[in-house]
Each structure stands twice: as structure tokens, then as C-alpha cells.
Design a binder for this molecule. Structure first.
Ligand SMILES: Cc1ncc(COP(=O)(O)O)c(C=O)c1O
Length: 383
């Protein structure tokens, strides 16, 4: 059998990881400014993570959701404590799309409505409802077009309030920071106005923190910079540092009912051990503070590059726009300078999503390598 080829691949085979580096089969190190797409939160091969996951693998990796699982309780308690969202309840699943799918379903169960407000350039995953509110027609099949969507530009406060005032909106789903769209931060005043209008109109505000959560923005959740209280918060990516795990944080105004949501694998013993190890390391190593400090340093330095037209983001979720498309730059960084970086749907944006443990020295090394590549490259103005 051959693979169903849906991913364009770089010709590189990482076989091992440590801290902010991955190594190929020849022992060549690559500095990881991409974090495997914002997944590696605490760094590759963290000893505490390995120890906790190994011990759980040997003890009991999985039993079904029909028995007591104290690790789920421990994970919920720790997530509440580290995030500051202590009064929320937790539903565990396996991915970001699944978290968003369940959040949309919960919102609709609660208010009986189905129309959703979503944002241009947004991404929420590839399952049926999540992809319906993802702004990319190429990945939406006819079978996914199951409910009405009101599309708005991010930060279009008056447009969103106008849509909400019709009274037929089930949910507003917004990323804590737009990721794939190119790192666009919602205005705190926009989030505050939308949160208040959602409450008035019996609509549920869902914060997709799949990419921007788990400390990446320097706060546990990006929306916390705006001081709002969402009805539902979705998480995945950094939650397991590579172990597939996702979750929905559910405001206490939602009432649970047996059978309402479910998952075979969600919240397995092994996934919970990985999730607990991540939270313990984030707390012990003060990774949110590190993300804020190193992120600020990187953003300030990037703004001094003459080819950089704009730097957006918070913490270690950074988008740098250049005055030319960045694909050749990314290739040179990867193949010549051995640095992984990310792209965005906007071709001129370089996206940086390193492990939250990135040191200032590693950030400087990246900046040096970026300088080297830019010096070497012909100044490709826009094509
Ligand atoms: C903001 C956001 N939401 C949801 C998803 C989907 O997550 P997953 O690929 O785990 O389904 C992603 C993935 O990139 C994302 O960036």
C-alpha cells in the first residue's frame, strides 16, 4: 500500500528531538522555529514528559470512558489552576478540529440555533462543522455545507454586532490569534463588545485557542489579554507536546447530560499523562513568562530588518511580513541555515511558532541566520 499523498513534503527526515532542535538521520541539527506547527510547547524530548508518559505506558495506556479515570480529574484540575479558568468543566477529545466540532455542537444544544458567525482568513479544522466556518473553499466539500454562516472581517465590531442583533446566531467562533491567516490579533475592544453582545443575544462565544493557547501568547490563553469570559474555549496542539489530545473548556452555565458528547480515545490514560506533564513543565519552568520575554525580543529585532514591512503577534506566536513572497526565504533558511519556520495563507508572511522554551540565545541565532539568508538572496520584490 502507498500513502494517500495530501502533504507536499520537504526532503528532510527528522529522527530525534531535543529542546528547540530536531536532528535528521545524519545527526544534522535543525533549529525549530516552527514547533511542528505550534504543537511542541515544552520542547522536544523533555525528560519529565518522557518519564511521565513512559511510566503511564507501562502501567495502563488506555481503558474506556466507562470507568473512573483519576488522571482525567487531575488534568482538569491542573488545567484549571494553570490557566486561571478554574470554574470551567473539561471535555477531552483528540484534536483541534474535534474540539471545535464539539464546541459548536454544545452551543447549538444549548440555544437550539444553528447560524454561526465566522471570520475571513480563519481556520478551525477539517471536520464537518469546523471546516464549514474555515475560510478556505478548497477544503470545504458539498457535504460540509450544512448550516448558515455570517462571514465578517476580524475586528469588524459593528458588522458582527449587526449580525448578532438579528437574534438567530448560535455561536461566534474566533481564534485567540488568527494563525494560518497570518498572525492577526483581535482587538481587545472588539472581543469585549462581541462577548457582551453574545450574552445579550443568547449566542455562545467560542474562543478557538488551539494554536494561540497553552501559553503561546505569554498568557495561558490569548483572549485573557482582553479580559473576556468566553462560553467555550477549545484547545489541542500544545496541550500534548506531540501526543494527540484536545479539549473543550466549558463555562459552568452549560449543563452536562450523559451521552451528550463522547469519544473512544478522548482522555485516555496515556493522553492525560502527556497533558499533565506539559502543564507541570509550563508551570515549573515559567514558560509563559519566557514566551512573553523572548517573543518581545524577537518582535523588536524583526522590526529592525529593512525587508520586514510588519511584525504581528504576541509571545511566541509571530508573523513577520516581508516585501516579497517568503517561500524561497523559507527554503534557504531550511536547507542552507537548517532552521524550520512556518508559512501562512498570506505568501509574504513568515510564521514563527517555536517551543515556548526558546532561549534568547536561540532567538539571536535565528536572527543571525535570517540576516545571512537575506544578505545572500537577490532582493526579490513582489511578483
Ligand atoms: C486555530 C486552529 N484551530 C483548529 C485547528 C485544527 O486542529 P487539528 O489539526 O488538530 O484538527 C488548527 C490547526 O492548525 C488551528 O490552527
Amino acid at each position: 500500500m502507498d500513502l494517500f499523498k495530501v502533504y507536499p513534503l520537504f526532503d528532510i527526515k527528522p529522527v530525534r528531538g531535543e529542546g528547540c532542535n530536531v536532528y535528521d538521520e545524519n545527526g544534522q541539527a535543525y533549529l525549530d522555529l516552527y514547533g511542528g506547527h505550534a504543537v511542541i510547547s515544552i520542547g522536544h524530548g523533555h525528560p519529565h514528559y518522557i518519564e511521565r508518559v513512559k511510566a503511564q505506558l507501562e502501567a495502563l495506556p488506555f481503558y474506556s470512558n466507562s470507568v473512573q479515570n483519576e488522571l482525567q480529574e487531575a488534568l482538569a484540575a491542573k488545567l484549571g489552576q494553570v490557566s486561571g479558568c478554574e470554574n470551567y468543566h473539561l471535555f477531552l477529545c483528540n484534536s483541534g478540529a474535534e474540539a471545535n466540532e464539539n464546541a459548536l455542537k454544545l452551543a447549538s444544544f444549548r440555544n437550539g440555533k444553528s447560524k454561526v458567525i465566522a471570520f475571513r482568513q480563519g481556520f478551525h479544522g477539517r471536520t464537518s462543522a469546523a471546516v464549514r466556518i474555515t475560510d478556505n473553499p478548497k477544503i470545504v466539500a458539498a457535504i460540509n455545507e450544512g448550516f448558515e454562516v455570517a462571514w465578517h472581517e476580524l475586528n469588524d465590531t459593528s458588522g458582527v454586532l449587526e449580525s448578532l442583533s438579528q437574534g438567530d446566531i448560535c455561536a461566534v467562533m474566533v481564534e485567540g490569534i488568527q494563525g494560518i491567516g497570518g498572525i492577526y490579533v483581535p482587538d481587545p475592544s472588539f472581543l469585549k463588545a462581541v462577548a457582551a453582545a453574545c450574552r445579550e443575544q443568547d449566542a455562545v462565544l467560542i474562543l478557538d485557542e488551539v494554536q494561540s493557547g497553552y501559553g503561546r501568547s505569554g498568557a495561558f490563553f490569548a483572549f485573557q489579554h482582553a479580559g473576556i469570559v468566553p462560553g467555550l474555549i477549545t484547545v489541542a496542539k500544545g496541550m500534548g507536546n506531540g501526543f494527540p489530545i484536545g479539549g473543550v473548556l466549558i463555562h459552568p452555565e452549560f449543563e452536562a447530560g450523559y451521552g451528550m458528547l463522547g469519544s473512544t480515545f478522548g482522555g485516555s490514560h496515556l493522553a492525560c499523562a502527556a497533558g499533565l506533564a506539559v502543564l507541570e513543565v509550563i508551570e515549573q519552568e515559567r514558560l509563559m513568562d519566557n514566551a512573553a520575554a523572548v517573543g518581545q525580543y524577537l518582535m523588536e529585532e524583526l522590526r529592525t530588518f529593512e525587508q520586514v514591512t510588519e511584525v504581528r503577534g504576541m509571545g511566541l506566536m509571530i508573523g513577520a511580513s516581508f516585501d516579497f513572497p517568503v517561500s524561497a526565504l523559507r527554503n534557504q533558511l531550511l536547507f542552507e541555515e537548517k532552521v524550520f519556520t512556518g508559512s501562512a495563507s498570506c505568501p509574504r508572511t513568515l510564521r514563527l511558532l517555536p517551543p515556548l522554551s526558546l532561549s534568547k540565545e536561540e532567538a539571536s541565532l535565528f536572527l543571525e541566520k535570517l540576516h545571512t539568508v537575506l544578505k545572500r538572496m537577490p532582493q526579490t520584490k513582489a511578483v
